[in-house]
Design a protein. Structure first.
Length: 348
């Protein structure tokens, strides 16, 4: 009975480790292979930094002049531009082609591209809770300027611009806090896109900014990039190493269980049971534990992790993961049985 309890616990730990590390792999690879923010495969990621003097980079009047010049570059162009910086509560958007239409919002309408101080707020964010729910206001105070930001609509986790790090989406050219950060640009016309990116780079470099294209569409995604992205994430590497040690421990435990069952095996052999039938008897029990623990992991995920991760995993994605979990767990069990036979333990 004690061995059975330990076996159940180890099997569940193995399943939860394998399945959740596989889910992270699924999310990470999907993130690498899928263009950000629902953009097309032609998008360009432009990274802008300012090294010489950070204080100058934060001069609002200077930033305003530079943004006005940037606006002249993109004005009347069929292009989408998204600005992201981890230290800002909002996500900047310039969308004259209405790529992110109103139909994607949960409530209200999407603001028009330009310099109006308009925003759409993320559902359940601080600003949504305070302005929309508590005070029934249609605006929030702009921490980067004197004008208030008018709330035009509300978006939820289904929106392609949804990010937990940002509480709202704002008209990019309506505020002048900073230029430093990541810019994602996209257009149906590669010529227009390349020209706009080139003009922005040239203009910003004249002001001392460093502009680097970190990604140009999905064509430069290679297998080596996927692998390096996975293993450069330390928590993932720790889970992977832990999984290997866990597999070794489960193998040793399986081996010990089989070694401790010598008398039981001898009794079965006396009554005509073959080693293959004995193997099948224990295999059914092991497969049952693996299947049960896999099912519990899936249930736990859907009950508690979907809100935390903010992403739904389709059942069809779980099927190969659960199948692989059962196959690998069963392979460890089979290996322990075969090793026992090779060493010719009595009663095997």
């Amino acid at each position: 009975m004690r061995n059975r309890v330990i076996l159940i616990i180890l099997t569940f730990i193995f399943s939860i480790t394998f399945i959740y590390s596989s889910l992270f792999t699924y999310f990470r690879i999907d993130q690498i292979l899928t263009p950000p923010f629902g953009l097309s495969n032609n998008y360009v990621n432009l990274w802008i930094i300012y090294e010489p003097d950070p204080e100058i980079a934060l001069d609002h009047e200077r930033v305003k002049n530079i943004k006005d010049k940037m606006y002249e570059i993109v004005k009347d162009k069929e292009i989408v531009m998204i600005y992201e910086h981890i230290d800002t509560p909002g996500l900047g958007l310039y969308d004259p082609v209405n790529f992110y239409g109103t139909e994607l919002l949960k409530e209200g309408v999407m603001f028009a591209a330009g310099k109006n101080c308009d925003i759409v707020v993320r559902e359940n964010s601080y600003y949504y809770d305070y302005a929309v729910r508590r005070t029934a206001q249609n605006y929030i105070e702009n921490i980067f300027g004197a004008e208030r930001l008018t709330i035009k609509g509300v978006y939820d986790s289904k929106h392609p611009l949804y990010r937990r790090d940002h509480d709202y989406i704002y008209n990019y050219f309506s505020e002048y806090s900073s230029l430093v950060g990541d810019y994602y640009l996209d257009s149906e016309s590669p010529d227009i896109l390349n020209q706009v990116v080139s003009d922005i780079q040239r203009m910003l470099q004249e002001y001392g900014y460093i502009c680097e294209i970190t990604s140009k569409g999905m064509g430069d995604v290679k297998f080596s990039k996927i692998i390096s992205s996975l293993f450069s994430y330390l928590p993932y590497l720790a889970v992977l190493i832990g999984s290997i040690f866990l597999c070794i421990n489960i193998f040793l435990f399986y081996y010990l269980i089989l070694s401790n069952q010598k008398k039981v095996v001898e009794i079965h052999s006396i009554f005509g049971a073959t080693k293959f039938k004995i193997f099948l008897k224990y295999s059914k029990e092991t497969l049952g534990y693996l299947a049960l623990s896999s099912l519990l992991c899936v249930i736990v995920y859907y009950l508690g992790f979907t809100d935390i991760i903010a992403s739904d995993v389709p059942i069809k994605a779980f099927i190969p993961i659960v199948f692989a979990n059962i196959v690998i767990g069963y392979a460890i069990w089979t290996l322990a049985f075969l090793v026992g036979r090779i060493y010719k333990n009595p009663g095997w």
